[in-house]
Design a protein around this ligand. Structure first.
Ligand code: GLV
Ligand code: MG
Length: 351
């Protein structure tokens, strides 16, 4: 079946009369961790004022992990904490319930009505294809128009169904409202019938066995179960100018494995990950802020090639136009981190 595409000239038009102009480029924001909070619990809501200064993004979770009988309380709790706090440069996001659930439409309608432009991003779970994005896109535009919201509220998709992975390019390109996407390894494992009960991370049985060598014991090298999906997601996001994230890591008792999973994602191109526990905030900060030694080396490359062309040697390593671009990725990120973190600014030599 041929599905006609929207004309290029219409792609950036608001979807409702009175809705704000969609962004052509994403606003520059530091989003090393998306910190999940269960908003139906007073104990967690009370922590919000002190959390705001310590996380890049605070997300009120309405979907999985919130019991069915607390869905409305979670939505109301998020509205209350959204109204009660000033978030400054910290992002305020929500994860709404799945579009096939009885709660999703009220999640969107009530949150936009109550919080308006204070709400930066709506995370949509279990996205199967661009049709899911189009639905939320249209509804958000209508609500922005109705409530005179002055800036577009962005959409972040969770990549967590086999169908979504198959359609990842079309999802990334579905709307100028797309902010990015996160890998959801738990739902994705279930959707694909992967044989793991873990939430992200490796699996000891997913390994390559070294060749036999007489009677010597054979080493098994554990592989990254998520490599293929992260790579596919990063390409879809980078090609469409949106941001890829690793999602949750469920074993809070294994910070080393969490850090390794986050770092693989960072090296492959992801800009952040979810934090489900306070200890994971620091892990994400460490991993998704570039290494000071790497930043200083990258800065030397940019300095040695002021117009970004030609070839030079630095410490015996060849540099050319392509490494100049690699260096610029690192230094650009370091500047964004430095603007928020004075200690790292000094370590980067950017203060
Ligand atoms: C996240 O939502 C996941 O399913 O991993
Ligand atoms: Mg999920």
């Amino acid at each position: 079946m041929h599905v006609p595409e929207k004309l290029p000239r219409n792609f950036y038009k608001p979807l409702a009369i009175g809705a704000p102009e969609p962004y052509r480029e994403l606003p520059v924001r530091l989003e090393r961790m998306i910190h999940f909070l269960p908003p139906h619990l007073e104990k967690f809501r009370a922590k919000v004022p002190e959390l705001i200064g310590t996380v890049d993004v605070l997300l009120g979770n309405l979907e999985d992990a919130i019991p069915a009988d607390a869905k409305v309380a979670a939505r109301e709790g998020l509205i209350a904490l959204g109204r009660a706090n000033d978030f400054g440069a910290t992002g305020l996001w929500t994860r709404i319930n799945a579009l096939n659930s009885p709660w999703a439409v009220d999640d969107i309608v009530e949150l936009v009505g109550a919080l308006g432009a204070k709400l930066d991003v709506v995370m949509v779970p279990k996205v199967d294809g661009p049709w899911d994005i189009h639905y939320v896109d249209q509804l958000l535009a209508q609500l922005e128009a109705k409530h005179a919201v002055g800036k577009p509220i962005l959409i972040h998709a969770i990549l967590e169904t086999a169908e979504g992975v198959k359609n990842v390019d079309a999802i990334a390109a579905a709307s100028p409202r797309m902010h990015g996407m996160s890998l959801g390894p738990a739902d994705l494992a279930a959707s694909r019938a992967m044989k793991t009960t873990r939430v992200g991370g490796g699996h000891p049985d997913y390994a390559v066995l070294a060749d036999p060598n007489g009677d010597a014991p054979r080493t098994a090298f554990q592989q990254d179960l998520w490599h293929y999906t992260v790579a596919k997601m990063v390409d879809a996001c980078a090609a469409n100018g949106i941001k890829p994230f690793y999602g949750p890591f469920g074993d809070f008792a294994d910070p080393a494995a969490c850090e390794a999973q986050f770092r693989n994602a960072f090296l492959q191109g992801c800009v952040g990950a979810w934090s489900l526990h306070p200890t994971q905030v620091d892990i994400a900060k460490r991993v998704f802020s570039p290494d000071p030694g790497e930043v200083r080396f990258a800065a030397r490359i940019l300095e040695a090639m002021p117009d970004g062309t030609g070839a030079v040697m630095i410490d015996g390593k060849m540099q050319d136009d392509a490494t100049w671009k690699q260096a610029k990725v690192i230094v650009d990120l370091a500047r964004i981190v430095a603007a928020r973190d004075p200690a790292l600014a000094a370590a980067y030599g950017l203060s």
